[in-house]
Design a protein. Sequence first.
Length: 301
Amino acid sequence: MFTYKKRLLSNLNKSCGNYLTPCVIFLFLFSASVAFAQDAGKKVFETKCYSCHSIGGGDKQGPDLKGVTTRRSKEWLEEYIKSPTAMSKKDPYAAALFKKYSPEVMADQTLSQEEMDAVINMIKTLSANNEIFVPSGAKLSRAIEPNDYLEGWKLFTGQKRFENGGVSCNSCHSVRGLGSFGGGTLGPNLTAVNVKYSDPELILILQEPNFPTMTKMFKDHKLNDEEIVQLVAYLQNAKAVNPEAPVVKTVPSGTIEPRFLVVGFLAAILVVVGFNLVIWRNRHSNVRRDIVEEAKYEELD
Ligand code: HEC
Ligand code: HEC
C-alpha cells in the first residue's frame, strides 16, 4: 500500500516536474470547476428551460434541444435565447421555428453570461454523450396527508387565499368536476396534468412556473411550500380518474380513497397477526410451564 502510494507520487512528480504541489492543486481545482459548471448548467436548465424543453427526451412545448449546439453556433444560440421573438423577425430559421411551434412562444430569457455559458455547455456535453437530461427531482417539503387534497381544492378554487397573494388557479384553469366554482380557459385543463407530468416535474412547475403567463402572475407571488404540497395532493387525485369520464361529482366530499382502503386492510392484518401472536405466546408459556412443572416433579422424585 505504502509503496503503491510512493509510486503514484513519483509518477505524478515525473509528469508535474518540480511543481508537484501546485500541479495537484491545479488538477483538483480544474476537475472541481468542470463538475461545478455542469451542475450550474443543470440548475439553470431545470429551473428555467425544463418545463418546455427536454434534452433527448422528445419535444415538449418547445423543441428537444439535443444536438442544438451542433446545428447552431454559440453566438446564434446566445442571441436567440435572450430574445427569441426578436430573432424570429430577422432570422429565417428562427421564423420557421416560431411558426412551427405557434401558438407556443418562448419568452425572452434573462441569464447572466455565466448561466448562459453553463447551460449551453451542458446541452453540448449531454448531446455529445448521448445522455438524456434528468431533473434532480424537485421534492415536496413533507409527505402528503389525507386532508391536503381538500385544502388543495380550496386553494385551487380561491376559497382559501394564497399567502403571498397569487391569483387562484381556477381563474385560468379548469379541472374536471369543479362544478359551480367553474374554471378559466386561459390555461389548459389540468384534469390529466398528473399523467402528462411526473411528480417532480409537476412540483417544479409549481415551484418555478415558467410558462410566460404564469411566470408573470407568480413571479412576485410565489406559492409557499405548504401550498405546493396541498396543490400537488389535489392535482394528484386527478390522475386516479379517467379524464374522459363524465362529470359525476362537483365537490370533493367524504369519498373513500383507495389509500384509506389500503390502510384499513393493513390495520386488519395487523390486528389478526397481533391476536395470533398473543395466543401463540400464551400457548408457548403454557408449554413452558408444563416443562418447568415436570422438571420440579423430577427433582422431587
Ligand atoms: C415557455 C416555454 C419555454 C421556455 C421556458 C424556454 N423555451 Fe426555448 N423554446 C420554446 C419554444 C416554443 C421554442 C420554439 C420557438 C418559438 O415558438 O418561440 C423554443 C426554441 C428554443 C431554441 C431553438 C431550438 C432549435 O431547435 O433551434 C433554443 C436553443 C431554446 N429554445 C433554448 C431555451 C433555453 C436555453 C431555455 C432556458 C433558459 C428555454 N429555451 C426556455 C419554449 C420555451
Ligand atoms: C393568469 C393565468 C394563470 C393562472 C392564475 C395559473 N395558470 Fe397555470 N398556466 C397558465 C397558462 C396560460 C399555461 C399554459 C402555458 C403553455 O402551455 O405554454 C399554464 C400551465 C400550467 C401547467 C402545465 C399544464 C400543461 O398541460 O402543460 C400547470 C400544471 C399549471 N399551469 C398549474 C397551475 C396552478 C396549480 C395554478 C394555481 C397556483 C395556476 N396554474 C395558475 C395560466 C395560468
